[in-house]
Design a binder for this molecule. Structure first.
Ligand code: RIB
Ligand code: CA
Length: 311
């Protein structure tokens, strides 16, 4: 079992990433799920996380984190994920309670006290991760990898910047410059895993409550991406992180130097990927650039079917 902490802003695709990690074909040991301001306010992201855990019967600590980025004012995306942050499916109000304390302290405590290295899996802005690295730099010694969704060679929030990085570019720079090994799933690869009508139809054939929930997430998310970007479905960005942890061979990566622009008027939040190694800076990031989509969706179906006969 691989120890992981999921740091997220559910978020339709964050929800799917959590489901993958919690599935019956997963060998991940979820130490906890931390939440961060991103798609919507952190309180809403936390409620969504509790709802997802309750649906999954996943009894792990859910710990709320940063309400705003390190420097900039908050930026949210209700136009993409709806006012609740997870519009579309209707889940019961959670009975499950949030765990007391702050996500940053939870991450530090878990990493410092884990007998085995911990993988951090952020799928929202990197505020919590950066704050943990700043507050307790010794955690670097027991983090085996940061597997994140964010960035890319183009943007979806500005022409240069992807949303997660743009919301808190200063935090992202702390993470990329930290010396912790980073594996990055940016838009170059996440836009290759679009949940088209065919994928939704395949999901609709799986008869359990988790698959029904995922189908409803994909329908809403697909409509948003059709209306906003003219896509033929929603790219399930965040799912790439936990799919990679289950089956890394699904993805083609390149080991490159990546840093983050925090000053540019037009390029703030850009992940500056040194594809041709022109800077001479040491590589620091496994950048995912390709994915075997047939195998990705086959595993996706297997994961959803693993909830047959209960949660
Ligand atoms: O740009 C895509 C990212 O922004 C995803 O993590 C999505 O959930 C939103 O947070
Ligand atoms: Ca997210």
């Amino acid at each position: 079992m691989r120890n992981v902490i999921l740091d997220c802003d559910p978020g339709h695709d964050d929800a799917i990433s959590i489901i993958i990690a919690a599935s019956n074909v997963s060998d991940l040991n979820i130490l906890g799920i931390t939440t961060v301001a991103g798609n919507v306010e952190v309180e809403k992201n936390t409620i969504n996380t509790l709802k997802i855990c309750e649906l999954l019967e996943l009894d792990v600590p859910v710990v709320q984190g940063a309400r705003r980025p390190l420097v900039k004012a908050s930026e949210i995306a209700p136009e993409i994920h709806g006012e609740t942050g997870m519009d579309g499916p209707v889940l019961a109000d959670p009975k499950m309670q949030v765990t007391e304390g702050h996500a940053v302290d939870f991450i530090i405590d878990q990493v410092m006290n884990s007998s085995e290295p911990v993988t951090l899996v952020p799928t929202g802005p990197l505020t919590n991760i950066a704050m943990a690295l700043i507050k307790e730099p010794r955690i670097i010694e027991n983090i085996d990898e940061i597997v994140l969704m964010g960035g890319g060679t183009f943007g979806n929030w500005t022409p240069a910047a992807e949303f997660n990085i743009f919301v808190d570019a200063e935090a992202a720079k702390v993470v990329y410059d930290s010396s912790v090994p980073v594996t990055m799933f940016g838009l170059d690869v996440t836009h290759q895993v679009i949940a088209t009508k065919d994928i939704i139809e395949r999901t609709a054939k799986i008869d359990n409550k988790i698959a029904v929930f995922v189908k409803e997430l994909l329908i809403f998310f697909g409509e948003t991406y059709k209306n906003h970007f003219g896509f033929n479905g929603g790219p399930i960005h965040d799912a790439c992180t936990t799919m990679y942890l289950l089956k890394p061979e699904l993805f083609q990566t390149e080991y490159l130097n990546v840093t983050v622009e925090t000053k540019g008027e037009y390029s703030y939040g850009m992940t500056v990927i040194d594809t041709l190694s022109v800077t001479g800076r040491e590589p620091n990031t496994n950048v995912a650039l390709g994915v075997n989509t047939d195998e990705f969706w086959t595993l996706f179906e297997e994961i959803l079917k693993s909830f047959d006969g209960g949660q």
